[in-house]
Design a protein around this ligand. Sequence first.
Ligand code: HPA
Length: 275
Amino acid sequence: MGYEMKKVEEGINFLQEKGIPEPQVGLILGSGLGELAEEVEGGIRIPFTDVPHLPPSTVPGHSGQFVVGELNSIPVIMMQGRYHFYEGYSPQELVRPLRIMGGLGIKAVIITNAAGAVNVNFNVGDFMFIRDHINFMGINPLRGANLEELGPRFPDMSKAYDEDLIQTGEEVGRQNGKITRKGVYTAFTGPCFETPAEIKMVGRWGADAVGMSTVPEVIAARHMGLRVLGISCITNMAAGTLPQPLSHEEVMEVGEQVKPEFKELIKGILVQGVF
Ligand code: HPA
């Protein structure tokens, strides 16, 4: 077993020794969206820093812990907070917690983020189901020796985002009276926001939204054969589409405002989705 796989295994063993119930669905809660974890009934909370080989998360709005338990009777494991490449972590470190969740038994993962809208028909506060992505980060978490225990050297990415789960999400959105969007997410490394020229470029490439996360986790999830649902919360119009400057405060503020709708959407998907 390689060095990275050993680290993942030690994380899995650590959590299993805590006696956590086997989770069915994993969730990664992005900027300002972590409050859903408060609703996990009888949840066991395990800070990332307690788990062997997981570093602390450094961004405001990301508390950095696993929360394990049931949400609407579905056994879940949530990451309240995540690692970003711009924090200085290696691509493998970014996806280590996801790989641990995979080892604990999840079959699907719901990956959420805050994103800027490139598509000018979108509005702040919209939710976008990711139907495909452009990896513009210039990194890949699968670089290096392949973890044969987890998946193939050359994983297929032609259907990375699960169409059935997107349909369920759209249906739940309709039931909740919330129109949802569907689109292409492009990942930049950050931490600066993009320039107007960069936004214009990715718009021509077919991007609908931009962010600084998600893509590494999706790649690692597909490598492991997990089903993926990606949801972007549109917290701002991307650079250059409006005259005003962008700020992290604005991102957090909109996350705060849409929290109730976001929680309803995810809970509905957990209940109505086939996982
Ligand atoms: N760009 C990149 N990441 C983001 C944005 C954005 O406009 N909004 C929220 N996360």
